[in-house]
Design a binder for this molecule. Structure first.
Ligand code: PNS
Length: 159
């Protein structure tokens, strides 16, 4: 069975992430969406909130699982017997950092293959940070995130 891991912060999950997960799920037998829990970034949503949103928006994808991980991604992948790492590339600006991460992961575990997909051009400008910035000022994000995420953002920023 070909198991792929799609790692990230998912703070929160966007239509850009979902596009990559969906396309990955069409290619691999199983896709594990893995939320990094010990990131240095200060998140808006707790790990539990991010996992719950991811589960809700991927519920119709039968071969997609949602999980959390801490520490090195390659260690988590070994534990899950996953050999493929799925990443979305939005623009040239993503390339350098992703190339560095792919090289590090390749060095840490030569059996891990990083698999890049170009993000749907519809979402090439999209990021969780942009979504949070827009939602913070109560502008609509319905084209950028699924309805449960939109609701969760509204609740976070409601005062
Ligand atoms: O959504 P993000 O924040 O861009 O995701 C980054 C992530 C989680 C993919 C990356 O930070 C990661 O893999 N962290 C785990 C630690 C690790 O394995 N580091 C070595 C490779 S750089």
């Amino acid at each position: 069975m070909r198991i792929a891991v799609c790692p990230g912060s998912f703070d929160p999950v966007t239509y850009g992430h979902l596009d990559i997960v969906r396309r990955g799920a069409n290619i691999f037998d199983k896709v594990i969406v893995a939320v990094l829990t010990n990131s240095k970034k200060q998140p808006l949503f707790t790990v539990e909130e991010r996992l719950a949103l991811l589960k809700e928006v991927t519920a119709e994808l039968d071969n997609v699982e949602v999980d959390a991980f801490a520490g090195l991604l390659v260690d988590y992948m070994r534990q899950k017997q996953a050999k493929v790492l799925i990443k979305g590339l939005r623009a040239v600006s993503d390339f350098e950092y992703e190339m560095q991460m792919a090289a590090v992961n390749q060095k840490l575990d030569p059996e891990v293959e990083t698999f890049f997909m170009m993000t749907n051009p519809r979402y090439s400008y999209l990021s969780s940070s942009i979504v949070k910035e827009i939602a913070r000022y109560a502008a609509p994000v319905s084209d950028l995130v699924p309805p449960p995420v939109e609701q969760a953002l509204k609740a976070k920023f409601a005062r």
